[in-house]
Design a protein. Structure first.
Lengths: 104, 298
């Protein structure tokens, strides 16, 4: 998937990631997309090198008494793709609010 | 896993998810299964416990059942995507993938020919007439010429670990080459039958000569492709070799070999293709990876 061929949906997910939303539920919550859209899109972005993922430390999750989450972060290529997508779909940046509290 | 659904154990929607989860889990390729299940458990926990009042918009505006259906679909869609991606990666460049693709194109051309002929019987009549009456006279000498002018180069092989399966690696290679040649010729013949239809309308009876030339071209190109493709495959798993890397410097040719090195994606071995043929390096050299060394690398 080249940055020039990003769909509107993927552009919104990339924007959400760039704003600091880092795991599936958060992205579903802020974008309004169902899980059947968000997760396959995240997998595809990870396969194509736009996104990398890492597991939250068990201690941090235990502190909050919940299972550890898998966090997704934009790679360098992902950031470039996100800025290309934002230029292509300028309204995307108005759709999503900035995340107030960073997860990490 | 039951702790995920314990809070709303009586809820039918929770039961639906409980029912879908193991099915989706089975669908995920084994290597990714643990991570996938762990991630989804964390996500489902999040949806149920963390912020129950702030469910994602796409899944909150509807009732509990539709929400659960959406989540179940999400579970299955995600797992199916991973399985499809794994299948795509596995089939890419594999011998089975190559034969399946050729068979599919043959089938497509066959169906098109039947449609053009109008009926199954007229297609069979046309097929037997052109195949036995012309194509075989081009294909058989073509096969002979291809074998004489471009014999499959005997790869110098440093193989030490012989395959001990049902069929030897050599037998599987030859079977694959045979099947590929047959399918390539069949595809060439069937596609030439389609291509000749508009030509026949244009040039009438002279189209027989055009068909003859087309067959010669199809046989030559098809056989050359089949043989070249065979050389570019792993000697063990028959997957197409990848990651071409230049090795050595041409100016140091008397001191060390230089050329191209291709690797099997599954790590079975390397193919050394010398840039300059010499008496010491006339053929490509297949170097099989030592399984012990491979396991240490991994």
């Amino acid at each position: 998937m080249s940055p020039g061929k990003l769909s509107h949906t993927v552009a919104i997910i990339l924007k959400a990631l760039s704003l600091g939303y880092q795991f599936g539920f958060e992205i579903m919550e802020v974008t309004g997309f169902p899980s059947g859209t968000v997760y396959p899109a995240l997998r595809r972005l990870e396969r194509d090198g736009f996104v990398s993922s890492n597991w939250e430390a068990e201690q941090d999750a235990l502190k909050d008494q919940r299972p550890a989450r898998r966090y997704y972060l934009l790679t360098k290529a992902g950031r470039e793709a996100e800025s290309t997508a934002t230029k292509r779909y300028p309204l995307v940046s108005r759709l999503l609010p900035e995340k107030l509290v960073k997860t990490l | 896993m039951s702790y995920l659904f314990a809070k709303s154990a009586n809820d039918s929607s929770a039961r639906l998810r409980e029912w879908t989860f193991p099915i989706a889990e089975r669908l995920v390729p084994p290597r990714q299964r643990l991570d996938w299940a762990r991630e989804w458990r964390a996500e489902l926990w999040q949806m149920q416990h963390e912020r129950p009042g702030r469910r994602p918009a796409g899944e909150s505006s509807r009732g509990a059942l539709s929400q659960s259906l959406s989540l179940s679909y999400g579970l299955l869609a995600d797992a199916a995507w991973l399985r499809a991606d794994w299948l795509r990666a596995t089939a890419r460049g594999s011998a089975v993938g190559c034969l399946l693709a050729l068979s599919f194109y043959c089938l497509l051309c066959g169906v098109t020919n039947i449609l053009l002929a109008g009926s199954w019987h007229s297609f069979l009549h046309q097929f037997s007439e052109t195949f036995l009456g012309g194509f075989l006279f081009v294909a058989i000498p073509g096969l002979f010429i291809a074998a004489v002018t471009y014999p499959p180069r005997p790869l110098r092989s440093d193989v030490q670990h012989e395959h001990r399966g049902h069929l030897s690696a050599r037998t599987r290679r030859n079977m694959f080459l045979g099947a590929k040649v047959l399918l390539t010729l069949a595809l060439g013949f069937l596609s030439s039958m389609i291509a000749i239809v508009p030509i026949r309308m244009q040039i009438g009876r002279y189209s027989d000569w055009a068909q003859l030339m087309m067959w010669a071209l199809v046989v030559t190109v098809g056989l050359r492709w089949a043989l070249l493709n065979q050389e570019q495959r792993c000697q063990k798993c028959l997957r197409l070799l990848s990651q071409p890397t230049r090795v050595g410097r041409p100016s140091y040719n008397f001191l060390h070999w230089s050329g191209m090195e291709l690797a099997c994606a599954d790590g079975h071995g390397l193919l050394h293709v010398p840039e300059m043929r010499g008496s010491w390096c006339w053929y490509d050299r297949w170097v099989e990876q030592d399984p012990v060394g491979l396991s240490l690398q991994i």
